[in-house]
Ligand binder design. Structure first.
Ligand SMILES: [Zn+2]
Length: 108
């Protein structure tokens, strides 16, 4: 069974050398995480535990500048970073999808 949760994080970034995104600006990044596991006793995982795990990762970056963490903070690289961080927290296989604005996303 799959279990999903959506969180948000507000960050600044700029893409060095990019004609449009080279100026510093901000996004509210929507982050969707879907874990997969057996529903034992009626639950795969308590939503509160899943939310706590995701928030513990996102809080490192909330209201910060992605460029302080990544050389080229494209949504692809942000997704990769969050995926790596979440692997340390989640004991289930999962997919993560990060939206940079409406309708634009990267997934791993
Ligand atoms: Zn941007």
């Amino acid at each position: 069974m799959k279990l999903g949760l959506t969180e948000h994080v507000d960050c600044a970034h700029f893409l060095p050398g990019h004609p449009k995104c080279g100026q510093i600006h901000g996004h509210t990044y929507k982050v969707e995480v879907v874990i997969e596991g057996e529903a034992s006793g009626g639950m795969v995982l308590d939503f509160a535990d899943l939310r706590a795990g995701i928030r513990s990762v996102l809080q490192r970056y909330d209201h910060r500048n992605w460029n302080d963490f990544l050389d080229y903070p494209s949504v692809e690289n942000i997704c990769e970073r969050l995926c790596r961080d979440l692997k340390e927290r989640l004991r289930f296989p999962f997919t993560i999808r990060v939206y940079e604005g409406a309708g634009k996303w990267a997934e791993m």
